[in-house]
Every structure is written in C-alpha cells, then in structure tokens.
Design a protein around this ligand. Structure first.
Ligand code: NAD
Length: 248
C-alpha cells in the first residue's frame, strides 16, 4: 500500500546499520535517495549500488551533520540533483560511553553536536524547500534511553532526550505547513553501535525485553516507512518505541 514513487528521501548516516536498512526500505518502495555519510566512502558507494538495484536514483554526499555549512551545501546539492526533498531521516548518531566521573567535556560536546545539533542543522536546512512545496515528512532517530536514561551514557541519553523535545516542538511549529515530524525510539538493535557491548551486558538487557530477542535494523526501517508515508498523515510530534516491548 505504501508507494514512494517520485519522492526524494535523505537519510543521514545512511551508509550502514539502521540508516542503510532505512534507505533500502524507502528505495524498495520507489523513493530516490540521498545517502549521507562522513567516513568509509567505499561503504557508502556499496550502499548506493544496492539501492540502485531497486531501479531508483541514488547519490551519496559526504557531510558532517554537526557542521551547518556542510549541511546547507548537502541540501543545495540534493536540490540541484532532484529539485525536491520530501523525506528527511535524521539517523546519524554516535556514542562516547563512559561514567560521568570520567566523561571529558569533549565526549559530551561531540555527542551533543552530532546527535542533537545535527538534527537541528538538517531540519532547519530542509524545511525551506518543504514549506515551499507544503509537504514534508521528517523522522528523527531518538532512543529508549533518551526516555529512561542509562548509566555510562549521560551524554548520549541527554542528546536523545533533546531529540525528543526538538521533535515535539518542531512538529507543533510546522504542522500547519503540512510537515509531519516524528521520532522513533529504538531499544537494542543489532548494529556496529551495539556490537561493542560485552555478552554479560547483552544477556542482562535481554531479560528486560519481552520479545526475548534483539531488534534488527529492518524492524526500525519498517516504522520509518510508515511515518514517511501518507498512511501517517495525521500523526505528528510522536515518539514510537521499537523495542520489543522493553520493560522500562
Ligand atoms: P551505526 O554506528 O551503525 O551507524 C551510525 C551512522 O551515523 C553511520 O553511518 C555513521 O557514518 C553516521 N555518522 C556518525 N557521525 C556522523 C556525522 N557527524 N555526520 C553524518 N553521519 C554520521 O549506528 P546505528 O546503530 O545504525 O544507529 C543509527 C541511529 O540509531 C543513531 O542515531 C543511534 O543513536 C540510533 N539508535 C541505535 C540503537 C541501536 O541499538 N543500534 C538504539 C537506539 C538508537
């Protein structure tokens, strides 16, 4: 039922993990894609190849989402290529986990700059063309730990709680322009980001997940597809948990 033919989507941090699955899902439903990445160019080019197999157009753009000048150039480049942007998925994110006592100022700043300011930079830059067209779907990647907190992740949890506040405020500001803004709060999803956790931490986390399994990037991508589609036209300013029913 969902069809993104003639739509253009930007996925930040779209070269691997959840972002890559999101990009592939949107492409499989007909969207043309802009894949943003910061490093590992080969990975981005491989993702582009996989996306083009769906018969859609795809370009890759190197850009650090924490830098507003680079973000503005990325949006200009996307508009030059496609003349429109319908969907923005603010997916790029990092962790710098450590206990608060040991957390350096730069560990805090870096996480906030990419995870939260990056969402602000990309959203601010993309809403101009969206307002012009009176159409836009923005999906922000938050996290369940932005709601419940997590020891060793004060910087990351603060950034994701910020993403939730930003989502709710911007959604209310832009609803009348027909721009829907929602967030997804994934629980534990199997990607590079979570592969660094040791087995003890993983099995203790599993005891809080009623579905008794970790999530896959596709589980998140399916919800992004719903929020990016016209099936969710009356949904805005919401946070949808994709966490296997995690006990909070
Ligand atoms: P990942 O490490 O596999 O991928 C992160 C992506 O972000 C990569 O493509 C990376 O290149 C990109 N990125 C990092 N810094 C960037 C920058 N400055 N500018 C542009 N791109 C940048 O991680 P993932 O697990 O796929 O996570 C994707 C998103 O989902 C993140 O926002 C993360 O916080 C969130 N999330 C993940 C989980 C999980 O369990 N994996 C849970 C909750 C939320």
């Amino acid at each position: 039922m969902i069809n993104f033919n003639n739509k253009v989507a930007i996925v930040t941090g779209g070269s691997r993990g959840i972002g890559k699955e999101v990009a592939k899902k949107l492409a499989s439903l007909g969207a043309n894609l802009v894949i943003n990445y910061t490093s590992r160019e080969e990975e981005a080019l491989n993702t582009k190849k996989e996306i083009e197999e769906f018969g859609v157009k795809c370009i890759t753009i190197k850009c650090d989402v924490s830098k507003s000048n680079e973000v503005n150039e990325m949006i200009e480049r996307a508009l030059e290529e496609f003349n429109q942007i319908d969907i923005l998925v603010n997916n790029a994110g990092i962790t710098r986990d450590t206990l608060l006592m040991r957390m350096k100022e730069e560990d805090f700043d870096k996480v906030i700059d990419i995870n939260l300011k990056g969402v602000f930079n990309c959203t601010k830059s993309v809403i101009k063309p969206m307002m012009k067209k009176r159409y836009g779907k923005i999906i922000n990647m938050a996290s369940v730990v932005g709601i419940i907190g997590n020891p060793g992740q004060a910087n990351y949890c603060a950034s994701k709680a910020g993403v939730i506040g930003f989502t709710k405020s911007s959604a209310r500001e832009l609803a009348s322009r027909n721009i829907n803004i929602n967030a997804i709060a994934p629980g534990f999803i199997d990607t590079d980001m979570t592969s660094v956790l040791n087995d003890d931490i993983k099995s203790s986390m599993l005891t809080n997940i009623p579905k008794n399994t970790f999530g896959k990037p596709e589980d998140v991508a399916n919800v992004v597809a719903f929020l990016a589609s016209d099936m969710s036209n009356y949904v805005t300013g919401q946070v949808i948990n994709v966490d296997g029913g995690m006990v909070m």
